[in-house]
Design a protein around this ligand. Structure first.
Ligand code: HEM
Length: 531
């Protein structure tokens, strides 16, 4: 009997080893070889089992510095191709690079390309949200709700609230003198969102402390904002954790594709179990905030009152928006401040424009900051656009998949293959942008000298050369909100503070503040115009 059991156990171990060899080495190797045959597909120079082509990303994260800089470095080489065949760990992914490939991809979206049901990284945090689901009519309706509640016209009523959030942050930054700017921008975008989503009177609730389990087993009481930042970072780390790819059954149920995702939470070991528990603390608190908020007109309440959605869908849509909207915007703000600090002439020019439009320090700012005034501030828009071009918060989109075998630019792509849109390479394409690595906001102003110079040099950026918010029927529905918020915050900070970044950071080449960056620069801020 005992020998029988040992034999079964050994047979199981042998089968697992064979599975690992096939899954980690043979399958990725064969996939890579398939695409090496196509001259318009970029395939990594060397085959690295297990980590695949993630080595660049991992190196950047481990070096605790420059993020996405490898996209810039490789852009001139990458842009020669239509597609990139990339191994993310042992998992394969096709990246859409050229404008031609993107056009074909968007065309296929109309018939047979849709979201891939992603169970890793940030998507795993909100598996019942819009972002992880196929484009069924109800998902399209849920996307419309986001644009309707947070689109430009609806969002403009939050301008006074956004300014109020800026006032508080500036006060704290000046009091602290030497401050962690990422932390402050996170706090700012989080505060903006909480009031927009949960209405007035939630401040007490969002400053309340909640238990958070640390990796060392201790429990700490922290705010919801801090939980969201930490949990998001943990889920990004899960994405790069080899266990997530090698043994997915440790983190999600093997039956999740067959049964309702509602029953698929299946966290066997840490960090998956711990991260999941912390996330549930956050979600329960969000539900409680919406249900107990006295403001029945809040966006959160509107989401909650939609009768056709399950409670999980409602919560995941809300939390999804908080993740998609607050971290991306805060990282963009840090980037923008950083570029203006490196190029003081741009900050000076911006201040002159704001001054002309009556946006100066104090009450004048509050009085004059309207949608119309902001729309007159061309240079302000250019600064935000140029920041998004040079340092997009995300390097590629969520995943897509075809429902049948397809070809893009003559390259066959099998049914179910993960596909993403590369969002950065085109931003550094020297055929489309003059001096692409430089921070030149004027390039986005069709009236500017630099724009004319670019045109004369034959560099004209087509619509697909700007990709920060992606394209197609699953692009970012929060674009207007993000751009409005970024313009208000940058205008407010430019008129209210003088600031300096750490010299060490200022002198670093290729600095970036994309989502998984480990860069936490400090700035010294004082009231604008004071000694
Ligand atoms: C600078 C700020 C932002 C950037 C750079 C950004 C970028 C993106 C990108 C690249 C995607 C993926 C699109 C795709 O898969 O093709 C996305 C999706 C999404 N974003 Fe944003 N975003 C930002 C701000 C916001 C804001 C403020 C909101 C909410 C108001 C938001 C809500 C969403 C949602 C809900 C999705 C999923 C859309 C879907 O799957 O249909 N984002 N965003």
């Amino acid at each position: 009997m005992i020998y029988g059991l040992i034999r079964v156990f050994l047979a199981f171990c042998a089968a697992f080893v064979v599975y690992l060899i096939y899954f980690l080495i043979i399958r990725p190797y064969l996939w890579r070889r398939k695409y090496q045959a196509y001259s318009n597909v970029l395939v990594g120079k060397k085959f690295s089992p297990i980590i695949g082509d993630l080595s660049n990303e991992m190196q950047c994260i481990n070096d605790n510095k420059v993020h996405y800089s490898y996209y810039k470095e490789l852009a001139q080489e990458t842009k020669k191709y239509d597609l990139k065949a990339k191994l993310e760990g042992p998992e394969s992914c096709i990246s859409i690079i050229s404008s031609k490939a993107l056009k074909e991809f968007l065309n296929l979206q109309k018939t047979c390309v849709d979201r891939y049901y992603m169970r890793k990284g940030l998507a795993e945090m909100v598996i019942d949200s819009i972002a992880s689901r196929k484009s069924t009519p109800d998902i399209q309706q849920r996307r419309k709700n986001v644009t309707q509640y947070l689109g430009l016209n609806s969002a403009s009523k939050y301008i006074p609230h956004m300014i109020g959030c800026c006032e508080k942050i500036v006060q704290s930054m000046i009091e602290e003198k030497d401050s962690d700017i990422m932390h402050y921008m996170n706090e700012l975008t989080f505060n903006v969102f909480t009031e927009v989503l949960f209405g007035s009177g939630v401040e007490k609730l969002v400053t309340q402390l909640y238990p958070y389990q640390n990796a060392d087993g201790t429990t700490e009481d922290i705010t919801l904002r801090e939980i969201l930042i930490r949990v998001s970072k943990c889920y990004i780390d899960q994405y790069y954790n080899p266990l997530t790819f090698i043994a997915p059954f440790l983190s999600i149920s093997p039956f999740s594709s067959f049964i309702s995702p509602d029953s698929s939470y299946y966290k066997l070991v840490n960090p998956y179990r711990r991260d999941h528990n912390n996330l549930q603390v956050f979600k329960r608190a969000i539900k409680n905030i919406v249900q107990t908020s006295s403001d029945t007109n809040s966006v959160g309440r509107k989401f909650f009152d939609l009768p056709e959605l399950t409670e999980r869908q409602k919560i995941d849509d809300l939390v999804g928006i908080m993740i998609a909207g607050s971290e991306t915007t805060s990282h963009t703000l840090v980037s923008c401040l950083y570029f203006m600090s490196r190029h003081p002439e741009t900050l000076q020019k911006l201040r002159e424009e704001l001054n002309r439009e009556g946006l100066s320090k104090g009450e004048a700012f509050v009085e004059n900051c309207t949608l119309e005034t902001l729309q007159n501030c061309t240079y302000l828009s250019c600064i935000v656009k140029e920041t998004l071009r040079l340092d997009s918060a995300v390097a590629d989109t969520f995943d897509y998949e075809p429902s049948r075998d397809i070809t893009i630019c003559g390259v066959p792509i099998s049914k179910g293959q993960r596909i993403k849109i590369d969002l950065l390479t085109n931003h550094f394409d020297s055929d489309k942008w003059l001096d692409p690595e430089a921070f030149i906001p004027d390039r986005h102003d069709t009236e500017s000298e630099f724009f004319k110079e670019s045109k004369e040099a034959g560099k004209v950026a087509d619509v697909y050369a700007r990709r920060s918010f992606s394209h197609g029927n699953r692009n970012c529905p929060g674009q207007s909100f993000a751009l409005l918020e970024a313009r208000i915050v940058i205008a407010y900070l430019a008129t209210h503070i003088d600031y300096e970044f750490d010299l060490e950071v200022e002198n670093e080449q290729g600095v970036g503040f994309g989502l998984a960056t480990q860069f936490l620069p400090r700035i010294r801020a004082k009231m604008h115009g004071q000694n």
